[in-house]
Design a protein. Sequence first.
Length: 169
Amino acid sequence: MRQDIHRHGPGANAKRPAPARRLKALKAGDKLTVWKLDRLGRSLRDLIALLDDLKAQGVAFQSLTDAIDTETPTGRAMWQMVGILAELERSLIQERTKAGRAAAVARGVRMGRKRLLSAQQAAHARKLIEQGEGPDNVAHSLNVSRRTLYRALTAQRHASRKYSSSDGV
C-alpha cells in the first residue's frame, strides 16, 4: 500500500490530524512516499524519530526529491548520513549555547528575568514594614504581589549578610 502525506496550511500548527491518521494506518510492508522531507516533519529530530518508528514497524520510506529510499542500500546510507548530521548539528548548537552563556556571564550579564523591585525599593519596603505598615499594603503600593515583596526582602537580607560577613574577615 502506498501512502502519500500532504500537508496543508502553516507548518507551525502542532496538530495535524490527517497525516497522523495516515501514519497510523501504515502496516508492515507498506511504503510511505513524500515529495520532500520537510513535508513529513517539523524538525530533523522529529523526522528522525518518525522514520525510526516507521523502520521498527517494517514500513519503508521514500522521499522523491531528496533521493532517500529506505528499501535500497544507497537510500539507507543516505538516511544514516542525515541522522549523523542531525546529531552533529544538535551537538554544535549545545556547544555554542554553552559558550555564549559563559561569555555573557563573564561580561557580567545577569541571566533570567529582571527583578521587579530594586534594592532601594526593597530597603524602603523593609523600613515601612518595620514601622508597622502591613506587607499587603506595602506590596500594593509597589505594584507587586506579597510573594514578590517577600522574595525581594529575603534576597536583600541574604545580600546584606554576604557583604557583612566578608567585611569582617
